[in-house]
Design a protein around this ligand. Structure first.
Ligand SMILES: [Ca+2]
Length: 156
């Protein structure tokens, strides 16, 4: 950058007034600062952090609602990933979605743990997940026993 600036300033040195040279320098430094800011922005190396993940403790359906899933990032969170696997997902995995999901569909009943991840536009994936567990039982408990008949009733 400074090499370019020196060449440009040499070209203008003889013909351009001092005030105009200052203007050129200001424009050059402004453009240079935009360039540096762009490089820094493209160099996002800080992964998002999942801050909130809430699902119910019990469910009578395999479709379990996700009450709350939030993440924060130094730039912006661009993807969410919810899985029953505890390992960190690949940022190119097809299961990433841009908004926090509102449900998760389990394949079977039982006590299950879900893991929530987030990523940013530079494909940094959160280093740790937030997890939450749910006990799924779709069997409807059916009370077939009638109450005992009252014994103290008489005809008036
Ligand atoms: Ca980031």
């Amino acid at each position: 950058m400074f090499v370019i600036y020196n060449k440009v300033s040499k070209i203008f040195q003889k013909n351009v007034e001092k005030k105009q040279r200052i203007k050129i320098a200001v424009v050059f430094l402004t453009l240079a600062s935009f360039f540096v800011a762009g490089v820094l922005k493209a160099d996002d190396e800080i992964a998002p952090i999942v801050t909130v993940f809430v699902i119910p403790a019990n469910s009578t359906s395999l479709v379990v609602p996700i009450y709350n899933l939030e993440a924060s990032d130094d730039v912006a969170v661009t993807g969410f990933f919810v899985s029953e696997d505890s390992y960190q997902p690949d940022p190119s995995d097809g299961a990433w979605i841009p908004e926090a999901p509102s449900t998760y569909v389990f394949a079977s009943e039982g006590t299950k743990t879900l893991y929530a991840w987030a990523k940013d536009s530079a494909n940094n994936v959160s280093l740790v997940s937030l997890s939450a567990s749910v006990n799924i039982s779709t069997a409807v408990s059916f009370d077939a026993t009638p109450p005992a008949a009252p014994s103290n009733l008489g005809v008036l």
